[in-house]
Design a binder for this molecule. Structure first.
Ligand code: NAP
Length: 329
């Protein structure tokens, strides 16, 4: 029988951190991952914002995180999770193509994916001029002209961020009106390095070894044009993988799980969340591993209390401990 204390869904940085902490605490935990370990690290060329590594390839960071988690006993099953259901006694059943796994506590670290533009060249040039993270990749684009696609808060904020490196940033949005908050738009308009190209769509991303230009179309006139850029940053939304749990989990309008900030527990007792599935200010590797640390320690505490009392008393103990200023762990 596949019985564990904690089931961790997803083996990105958050999942591997949860596995590390569970392993070192001698908790019976299983990590269930659909593809290879690493999550979005595998879509990231070079990482310079993870402490301890001046610079490391995304795939290499994934490999060392995996090796460390496995060293401390992480058990990883490679199979897509199809559903998580909660039984009447609170037990969680994780249905996968490799069979069912049962655990009273689940940490959802399933991440998500940036919404894609779905234009020719986007996949081909990913990591070679096409990026979905300005904080991660902006520094690789010094003294270049860049494009940002999107009209939401992320696009406008990240366009401003990129002006630290770029000589010029062209923000391309498909409509006249930007969706972003007016205050952000005002700040971006005041930035001499940002140019707005509205009512414009990207039809293709082109280049040779790296991106060199975009083919654009004006949505009002139908006119085609070409924009020479050294890179294009796409911010047209993010889709969290939060559709797996069959029970209702409180979430925000974007589908991100709402969690107790002290414990990372959702409204469903025993279901915790960490990393990009959580509603939070930012989506960085460092925040994902921080969330996962908290979630695993809280889940461990919750399991101890649940074993002593009931699920309800465990929830209360967790809430009380958090209000008291937390545990020293
Ligand atoms: P978003 O608000 O959903 O905006 C996505 C943008 O991409 C929209 O302008 C949308 O255009 C455009 N878009 C979508 N699909 C497209 C396509 N296929 N082609 C071209 N454009 C497309 O997403 P977000 O900016 O990532 O923000 C997500 C959430 O995080 C929001 O709630 C946002 O407020 C929040 N956030 C807040 C801050 C902040 O407060 N500082 C910073 C970042 C994010 P349309 O407008 O035409 O639909």
């Amino acid at each position: 029988m596949n019985e564990y204390d904690i089931a961790i869904i997803g083996a990105g940085p958050a999942g591997m951190t949860a596995a590390l902490y569970a392993g070192r605490s001698k908790i019976r935990a299983v990590v269930i991952e659909a593809k290879g370990p690493g999550g979005q690290l595998l879509n990231t060329e070079l990482i310079e914002d993870y402490p301890g590594f001046k610079s490391i390839l995304g795939g290499d960071l994934a490999a060392v995180m995996l090796a460390q988690a496995e060293h401390f006993g992480a058990e990883i099953v490679y199979s897509p999770v199809t559903r998580v259901r909660v039984e009447a006694d609170g037990m969680k059943v994780i249905e996968t193509e490799a069979g069912e796994f049962r655990a009273p506590a689940v940490i959802v670290t399933a991440g998500g994916n940036p919404r894609k533009l779905d234009v020719p060249g986007e996949a081909e040039f990913a990591g070679r001029g096409v990026s979905y993270c300005a904080v991660c990749d902006g520094a690789f684009f010094q003294q270049l002209e860049l494009a940002v696609v999107g009209g939401g808060d992320a696009a406008v904020e990240e366009a401003m961020f990129l002006t630290r490196y770029a000589t010029k940033v062209t923000l391309i949005h498909r409509r006249e009106q930007l969706r972003a908050q007016p205050i952000l738009v005002e700040q971006a308009r005041a930035n001499p390095k940002i140019e707005f190209l509205l009512n414009t769509v990207v039809e293709s991303i082109e280049g040779d070894a790296k991106v060199s230009h975009l083919q654009l179309r004006d949505t009002l006139t139908g006119e085609a044009s070409r924009l020479d850029v050294g890179g294009v940053f796409i911010f047209v939304g993010f889709i969290p993988n939060t559709g797996l749990v069959a029970t209702h989990v409180d979430h925000d309008a974007g589908g991100y799980y709402l969690t107790d900030p002290m414990t990372m527990m959702t409204n469903v007792p025993g279901i915790f969340a960490a990393g990009d599935v959580r509603a939070q200010l930012t989506r960085q590797i460092t925040t994902a591993v921080g969330n996962a640390t908290t979630a695993t320690i809280a889940a461990s505490k919750w399991l101890e209390e649940r074993a002593r009392g009931t699920e309800a008393s465990a929830v209360k103990v967790l809430a009380d401990a958090a209000v008291d200023g937390g545990w020293v762990a």
